[in-house]
Design a protein around this ligand. Structure first.
Ligand SMILES: *Cc1c(COP(=O)(O)O)cnc(C)c1O
Length: 364
């Protein structure tokens, strides 16, 4: 790749840079020492996200990983277990933190093709009260999961099942707002209205709250599709968040003048939620553009992630694909499957270059 090659970075929606307006909001943020509870911008963000999702309280944390860690450890004691999907971030992608730091055992369950955990599998995984077993304490779901929107009826059923068995319910909603935008669009709200209409963003917030209210705790990331540089929030009851605050301190996540970061997150909630519909449209454009190459199997995206599996002739040609795309200025990841994520810093031209580069690799 020479220095004139334009780059479209589709590795993750975490790669965005703050916009000029977001930087202005960060620079203007009133600050204090948040460990003393003195940072007005952190306090305002925590109040805003808690109210938006319908919780008593929220805690601003540096990362989604720490948010999930505080989230799980505020529900579970040593010797408890949480029931979780095999591919869930808070099981697979966080270094085993709940087990390492909290002596909390994960009980992973295989996903159904739509990303859900079968209700029968959840029920079977819940252990009887018997000294042989860890205490089943928590069900952790993720929405979106691998870019997939979990069906609302499923979320209601799974969380109702957990509640009926005495389990607490945690949502890893790193991409909750992508889920809410997709759910609102599915209900015909977002696409039917002008993209900047206040009614439309209210409809997205209503869907976010509807999902969140099935859970006792919800973690959201500001550093993914919302486009803030850093930060996540954990939401829950006042008592629960007080426990999480202690764990955040132990984990080294209690920051001082964190209001500059909270201001970016707050700006994102005000300005970057509804626009995620554009990211979803770009993902659809990419999926459509990649269709029809022999052996390139493209999953229809619900939100901002396009997953591609390779079979037959395409699989035989997959050697060096990621490097070849990178040489053409198209960055993607291929850890389990080939993945492209759209976000704030991607436009149609970038997507079209990505389509052309993939087609050139397999057909050129
Ligand atoms: C990114 C992500 C996290 C962790 O966020 P970090 O800020 O990268 O630690 C947690 N859960 C999901 C689903 C994520 O995508």
């Amino acid at each position: 790749m020479n220095s004139n090659t334009p780059v479209v970075d589709l590795r993750s929606d975490t790669v965005t840079r703050p916009t000029a307006a977001m930087r202005e909001a960060m620079a203007a943020a009133p600050l204090g020492d948040d460990v003393f509870g003195d940072d007005p911008s952190v306090n305002a963000l925590q109040d805003k996200i808690a109210a938006l999702l319908g919780f008593e309280a929220a805690l601003f944390v540096p990362t989604g990983t720490q948010s999930n860690l505080c989230g799980v450890l505020s529900h579970c004691q040593r010797g408890d277990e949480y029931i979780v999907g095999q591919m869930a971030h808070c099981y697979r992608w966080e270094g085993g933190g709940a087990a390492v730091f909290g002596s909390v055992q994960p009980q992973p369950i295989a996903h159904q093709p739509d990303g859900t955990l079968a209700l029968a599998d959840i029920e079977e995984a819940i252990k009887p009260d018997d000294p042989h077993f860890a205490r089943s304490r928590l069900l952790a779901l993720e929405n979106t999961l691998g870019g997939k929107l979990l069906p609302m009826a499923y979320v209601e059923q799974a969380t109702a099942l957990a509640k009926s068995k005495g389990l607490a319910r945690h949502l890893d909603g790193a991409r909750l707002f992508n889920a809410a935008v997709a759910q609102a669009a599915g209900a015909g709200v977002v696409e039917a209205q002008a993209s900047t209409s206040p009614g439309s963003v209210r409809a997205v917030f209503a869907q976010a709250r509807r999902i969140a209210q099935c859970f006792d705790s919800v973690s959201v990331c500001f550093s993914k599709g919302l486009g803030a540089p850093v930060g996540s929030a954990l939401c829950g009851s006042r008592d629960y968040i007080a426990r999480a605050r202690r764990i955040r301190k132990m984990a080294g996540g209690a920051m001082r003048q964190a209001g500059m970061l909270a201001a970016a997150a707050s700006y994102a909630l005000d300005h970057h939620v509804e626009r995620m519909a554009q990211d979803h449209a770009l993902a659809r454009r990419l999926a459509e553009g990649l269709a029809g190459i022999d052996g390139v199997l493209v999953e229809a995206p619900h939100t901002n992630m396009v997953f591609v599996d390779l079979a037959g002739p395409a699989r035989a040609k997959s050697q060096g694909l990621i490097q070849n795309l990178a040489a053409q200025g198209v960055l993607a990841t291929g850890l389990y499957r080939l993945r492209f994520a759209t976000h704030l810093d991607v436009d149609e031209a970038g997507i079209d270059r990505a389509i052309a580069a993939v087609r050139r690799h397999f057909l050129g």
